[in-house]
Design a protein around this ligand. Structure first.
Ligand code: NAD
Ligand code: IPM
Ligand code: MN
Length: 357
């Protein structure tokens, strides 16, 4: 029987609760579709700091490299907020993305018909639906540029640097174009080329790759401030968006809310091979951690992306997505709850998805 090795990085806050449910869903999918799943846990983030003194243990990198894919909950929390940058839990997450070469982060934002009323947007704005894929560059830009502190005119100052090389832009542009090619063949590249030099190089490079390699894909450009406005004015206009690390971080949280809750938005972080890191877009939600009320669906949908992209188990992935859709008819976690539907916690939501699988 074919079998997949999956590393679970439960992380902090609600991380362990949501990953536990997603792992059960993967197990159930395996039973139903005839493949095995072997789980191995590893430490990343705050839990790793507490256990071994670093947010990014080398052992974790080795385990992830040796596995077929990795599922992450979330890292971070107030307990570790006063640590210096490179010792924070978030440094572990940036470290693992970089170490595994995961430069492309796919963040699909779609609205399940059942959740139309959970979206803050009017029915007329949502129209017949919403299905946007944000392709976020993940291992470059201001997240990884030079940063530091210095004295300027006798005052303390801090700086972070946004820098992109042409090859970095080319490879993420290709992911954007390839993704668009499989969808509606519309790619919108988002930058701040009216101000930033790095964005001017970004735009020029994306433009060239489009002309040379993807003449069949309709390419447009938007400044990031306009894009964030357009996302709530008329989200239907977008198919695939390709953008830098920081702009993608911000726009994907905005896009998640359009779909009803950040607790619904999955993601896949990919490099050149099939091994990937699957992570919900949201964080460790310290305000609800331990209450048992977190929405596990973003993580479960991330597991579905893993089945589809890393394992080629399209049928199982479809089944998980359908089970999520059916579960939404009967139960909801508080973040997406509405009158007339039973309110449940993380565990029961996970169980319900498994029962519909
Ligand atoms: P957050 O995404 O953790 O929470 C924002 C809001 O959304 C909170 O009110 C939270 O309760 C709610 N929320 C998030 N996920 C939810 C879910 N599954 N179900 C229901 N409600 C949910 O963002 P934040 O508060 O800005 O960050 C908290 C910590 O998480 C920080 O330490 C941050 O660095 C970290 N973080 C980690 C990741 C990651 O590991 N991938 C991503 C984002 C933030
Ligand atoms: C995300 C998170 C991370 C990011 C943080 C926690 C490092 O916000 O995955 O969206 O900014 O990439
Ligand atoms: Mn984010």
């Amino acid at each position: 029987m074919r079998s997949y090795r999956i590393v679970l990085l439960k992380g902090d806050g609600i991380g362990p609760e949501i990953v536990t449910q997603a792992a059960l869903v993967l197990q159930k999918a395996g039973e139903k579709f005839g493949f095995g799943v072997e789980f191995e846990e590893a430490l990343l983030g705050g839990c790793a700091i507490d256990a071994v003194g670093t947010p990014f243990p080398q052992e974790t990198v080795e385990k992830c490299k040796a596995a077929d894919a990795t599922l992450l909950g979330a890292v971070g929390g107030p307990k570790w907020d006063s640590l210096p940058g490179e010792k924070r839990p978030e440094a572990g997450l940036l470290g693992i993305r970089k170490a595994l070469g995961l430069y492309a982060n796919l963040r699909p934002s779609m609205i399940f018909p059942q959740l139309r009323s959970a979206s803050p947007l009017k029915d007329s704005v949502i129209g017949t639906g919403l299905n946007i894929m944000i392709v976020r560059e993940l291992t470059g830009g201001i997240y990884f540029g030079e940063r530091g502190r210095k004295q300027v005119d006798g005052a303390e100052a801090a700086y972070d640097t946004e820098m992109y090389t042409v090859p970095e832009i080319e490879r993420i542009a290709r992911v954007g174009f390839e993704t668009a090619r499989k969808r509606k063949k519309k790619l919108c590249s988002v930058d701040k080329a009216n101000v930033l030099e790095s964005s001017r190089l970004w735009r020029k490079t994306v433009e060239r790759i489009g002309k040379e390699e993807y003449p069949d894909v309709e390419l447009s450009h938007l400044y990031v401030d306009n894009c964030s406005m357009q996302l709530v004015r008329d989200p239907k206009q977008f198919d695939v968006i390709v953008t830098s690390n920081m702009f993608g971080d911000i726009l994907s949280d905005e896009a998640s809310m359009i779909s009803g809750s950040i607790g619904m938005l999955p993601s896949a972080s990919l490099g050149n091979g099939t091994n990937g890191l699957y992570e919900p877009v949201h964080g460790s939600a310290p305000d609800i951690a331990g209450t048992g009320m977190a929405n596990p669906l973003a993580t479960i949908l991330s597991a579905a992306m893993m089945l589809r992209i890393s394992f080629g188990e399209a049928e199982a992935a479809d089944a998980v997505e359908n089970a999520v859709s059916t579960a939404l008819e009967t139960v909801r976690t508080p973040d997406i709850w509405t009158e007339g539907i039973r309110k449940v916690g993380c565990e029961e939501m996970g169980k319900t998805v498994c029962s519909f699988l």
